[in-house]
Design a binder for this molecule. Structure first.
Ligand code: IPE
Ligand code: IPE
Ligand code: MG
Length: 241
C-alpha cells in the first residue's frame, strides 16, 4: 500500500464495530467476538506506532452499551483487563501512553484497579498516545464540559460572554484539561455501518470518515493502511474553496 509518510494523520479514531456479527457468523458466543476484537485492537495499536501516528483513540464501550446483557457487559470489561494486564509490559517497552476517555468510575472494581495501574505505569511514556473511550458518550462529554464552564461562571471566575470554542474543547475528555489529543483527522468505522453512534461529536466537525466493510475482529494492518490511503486521497477544504 502506498502511503504518504509526510501526510499521516496525527490522530486516528476508530469505532470498532462488528464483534457480535463476527461471532454470529461463526456460530460462537458474542464474547468470543469481543475476545477476537481485543486481538485486532492490539495489532492496530502496534501498527499505529509503526506508522508514526501520534494519537489513536478506540471506541471500546459507549454510554449506551450498558443496555446490553449483564453477561456481555461484564465480559467486555474482563477482556479489557486481560488485555491491559497481558500487554502492559509491551506497552511500556513500546513507549505507549494509555489514557481513558470517559467516566470509568462506575466500571467493576477489579477492572478499574487494573486500568489505573496501566495509566500510572505508562504515564511518562512519550510515544503513541492510546486513548480508550470507555463508558464514553459524545453528548455526555459535551454536557460535562458545559457544566464545568457553568460552574466557573457561577463562581465568578469567568463571564458567560468570555466562553470560547477552545474553552468548550479544553474540558472535553480529549481536551487539554484531560487527555490532550487534537481533533482526529480520520475516523474509521468498521462493519459497514455509516453512523457516529455518539462518538466524538464535537471533535468530528471536520474529520474525514472512512467506512470499512470488514468486521472488527478481521480488521488488520492491510485494511488499516487502505483506510489511511483513502483518507490521504480526500480533498479537505474546511469550508474554504
Ligand atoms: C462492537 O461490536 C463492540 C462493542 C460495541 C463493545 P458489537 O458488539 O457492537 O458488534 P455487532 O454490531 O453486534 O456486530
Ligand atoms: C458503537 O457501536 C460503540 C462501540 C463500538 C463501542 P454500537 O454497536 O454500540 O453502535 P450502534 O448500536 O450500532 O449504533
Ligand atoms: Mg455494533
Amino acid at each position: 500500500m502506498k502511503l504518504d509518510r509526510d501526510r499521516m494523520p496525527e490522530h486516528v479514531a476508530i469505532i470498532m464495530d462488528g464483534n457480535g456479527r463476527w461471532a454470529k457468523g461463526r456460530g460462537v458466543p458474542r464474547l468470543m467476538g469481543h475476545r477476537a476484537g481485543m486481538e485486532a485492537m492490539k495489532k492496530i495499536v502496534d501498527h499505529s506506532d509503526k506508522l508514526g501516528i501520534r494519537h489513536l483513540t478506540v471506541y471500546a464501550f459507549s454510554t449506551e452499551n450498558w443496555k446490553r446483557s449483564v453477561e456481555e457487559v461484564s465480559g467486555i470489561f474482563k477482556l479489557l483487563v486481560t488485555f491491559v494486564n497481558r500487554d502492559l509490559r509491551e506497552l511500556i517497552e513500546n513507549n505507549v501512553k494509555v489514557r481513558i476517555l470517559g467516566d470509568y468510575s462506575t466500571i467493576p472494581e477489579d477492572s478499574k484497579k487494573a486500568l489505573e495501574k496501566t495509566l500510572r505505569d505508562t504515564e511518562n511514556n512519550t510515544g503513541l498516545q492510546f486513548n480508550i473511550a470507555l463508558n464514553y458518550g459524545g453528548r455526555d462529554e459535551i454536557t460535562r464540559s458545559v457544566r464545568k464552564l457553568a460552574r466557573l461562571a457561577a463562581d465568578g471566575e469567568i463571564s458567560p460572554e468570555e466562553i470560547t470554542e477552545d474553552m468548550v474543547s479544553d474540558y472535553l475528555w480529549t481536551g487539554s484539561a484531560n487527555a490532550d489529543s487534537p481533533d482526529p483527522e480520520l475516523i474509521i468505522r468498521t462493519s459497514g455501518e455509516i453512523r457516529l453512534s455518539n462518538f466524538l461529536l464535537w471533535q468530528a466537525a471536520y474529520s474525514e470518515i472512512v467506512i470499512s466493510d470488514v468486521l472488527w475482529p478481521d480488521f488488520d494492518e492491510k485494511e488499516y493502511e487502505r483506510c489511511i490511503a483513502e483518507y490521504q486521497s480526500r480533498d479537505r477544504r474546511f469550508g474554504g474553496r
